[in-house]
Design a protein around this ligand. Structure first.
Ligand SMILES: Nc1nc2c(c(=O)[nH]1)N[C@H]1C(S)=C(S)[C@@H](COP(=O)(O)O)O[C@H]1N2
Ligand SMILES: [Mo]
Length: 513
């Protein structure tokens, strides 16, 4: 016989189940409300976004190292797991101390409400999903757990147990249906995709030079010299991709300027556009990593936009801002010298894909993305490095991010088993805006041999290289290093991505059979 007030173990399990079910209902209904009133205010998105913004740079780095570009899915799964645990705990607490468990769930809703309201660019209904989540979860957990309380005459052997389970299953089902309905509703508001598909971009007044015949070696396993939009890496802090309608988009140039400039979409596409192949790289790319790609960008020179505004002689930086609050600090010089720094609207002959910044982003040859390549860009503030700092600068990354001289072995793959005899080693080398003069390869730390360099599209792009190798059986180490067009040889000194980019030689082992 157990005491009438002390819950049984099984009851505690059922209470945990009640807590999780209440949370599921709250999440489901709030995701539905978010999808209808304000997609960006989804509790998952705003709490995830807040975690991303608060995360120290080593955590971001570890997440990318562990999950690659699946880091966002990993974050969502992580939040779901934590929420499940806290909700289970809230259920158990509610059984012992009526209202206390409900308060825990209410507090989670309040957290989502506050996170949604302080998010940059939040709309007038940003509070709604969090309020719905909290209120619904509170009511549901109280209602479900009340049925379990021994003082209420709950008899685990009796029909009450069945009734509890029926109620719980009902609540869970409503939660799941709401979650699915929310996703369907979100899909229906995905009309920006339709706007993008219907969009016809003007042709470039100044087309890019053709890709030279010798630029693409076309070797199996070697990265193509121009990366398709589908294969282009994606890195950003946006859990929900900003959906910006060109009709609502404008770019504001302000700060240390003679006159503010506001440019609408129609004005932008009426300008004489140019096209340029530029390689974009992420500062988080490890030696040998794949957070790098090359595209044909269509856009308007930032230089000419800044000239319209008239830049103050004391300014040395442009702080670009995205609709979602991300900022990048770009040295003014890189935007005003003769390089192809573009306000880009096209990528490989299409409007920018939504996750790559539709309708407009920046692309600046020679700088890592975090200090230059702002997607969904809407503001350029002309300022100074000693007056303003950008998103990643306040999180431990360097305020300036020139791309480091790097090279990578694509063929053979790390750990690959290859047949003895004549084979080929191949890879990529880059230092955008400086250019590559040569690549050297060595086997088993023997003498350096000069690889054959493919024709570079330009100094703003990466270049392929290859080297014939007569492989003898055994295990071998392959290393490569690049030589820049300024005569510098890639350093052997390793460095982690933080604070200003990884360095060192790419080295891998293969087995020759
Ligand atoms: N709005 C916004 N723009 C952004 C970022 C971001 O987080 N938000 N990340 C930058 C970083 S770190 C990189 S490496 C590039 C990546 O561009 P891609 O996703 O088109 O490859 O975008 C840059 N632009
Ligand atoms: Mo990046």
């Amino acid at each position: 016989m157990t005491s009438p007030v002390r819950p049984l173990r099984k009851e505690r399990l059922r209470a945990a189940l009640a807590g999780v079910t209440a949370a599921l209902l709250g999440v489901g209904l709030s995701e539905f409300v978010a999808a209808v009133v304000e997609p960006g205010a989804s509790p998952f998105a705003v709490i995830g976004g807040q975690l991303i913004d608060l995360a120290p740079s080593w955590a971001k780095d570890a997440a990318i190292a562990l999950f690659g570009t699946g880091d966002k899915i990993a974050l969502i799964v992580g939040i779901a797991l934590v929420l499940t645990l806290v909700a289970a705990l809230a259920g158990v607490v509610e059984l012992r101390r009526p209202s206390l468990g409900a308060t825990i769930l209410g507090a989670l809703g309040a957290l989502a409400l506050v996170a949604a309201m302080i998010r940059p660019g939040s709309g007038p209904f940003a509070w709604a999903p969090g309020l719905v989540a909290g209120t619904v979860a509170v009511i549901a957990v109280r209602m479900l757990v009340r049925r379990l309380r021994p003082t209420a005459g709950f008899d685990p052997a009796d029909d009450d147990r069945r009734r509890f389970l029926v109620w719980t299953a009902g609540v869970a089902a409503v939660g799941v249906v709401a979650l699915i309905a929310g996703n369907v509703a979100r899909g229906a508001t995905r009309s920006i995709e339709a706007v993008r598909t219907a969009l016809r971009l003007p042709a470039a007044r100044q087309p890019a030079a053709e890709v030279p015949a010798g630029a693409e070696l076309d070797l199996p396993g070697l990265a193509p010299v121009v990366t398709s939009n589908e294969d282009f890496y994606r890195i950003d802090t946006a859990l929900i991709v900003p959906r910006v309608d060109p009709a609502d988009w404008s770019l504001r140039i302000h700060g240390m300027v003679e006159r503010e400039v506001r440019l609408t979409w129609d004005e932008l596409i009426a300008l004489p556009l140019r096209e340029s192949h530029v390689t974009l790289a992420c500062v988080s790319n490890e030696v040998g990593g794949s957070l790098i790609g090359t595209a044909l960008w269509l856009g308007y020179p930032v230089r000419d936009l800044l000239a319209r505004a008239g830049v103050d002689a004391d300014a040395d930086m442009v702080l670009s801002t995205s609709t979602d609050g991300f900022t990048a600090s770009t040295p003014l010089e890189a935007l005003t010298d003769d390089r192809d720094a573009l306000l880009a609207i096209g990528m490989n002959g299409e409007p920018l894909p939504i996750e790559h910044g539709f309708p407009a982003r920046l692309v600046v040859p020679g700088l890592y993305g975090y200090v230059s390549a702002t997607k969904w860009v809407t503001q350029l503030e002309v300022t100074r490095f000693d007056r303003a700092s950008a998103y990643w600068t306040t999180r431990g990354w360097s305020e300036r991010g020139p791309v480091k001289l790097q090279s990578r072995i694509d063929v053979p793959r790390r750990g690959e088993r290859i047949d003895a005899g004549d084979t080929v080693i191949a890879g990529m080398a880059w230092q955008q805006h400086v250019g590559i003069e040569g690549v050297e390869v060595r086997i088993d730390e023997g003498p350096w041999r000069r690889a054959e360099l493919a024709t570079a599209i330009s100094s703003d792009t990466w270049v392929q290289w290859s080297l014939g190798w007569t492989a003898e059986s055994g295990r071998h180490t392959i290393e490569c290093r690049a030589i820049g067009s300024d005569g510098t040889t890639q350093t052997s000194e390793p460095a982690a991505p933080v604070p200003d980019g990884a360095q060192g030689w790419h080295r891998l082992e293969v087995t020759v059979a």
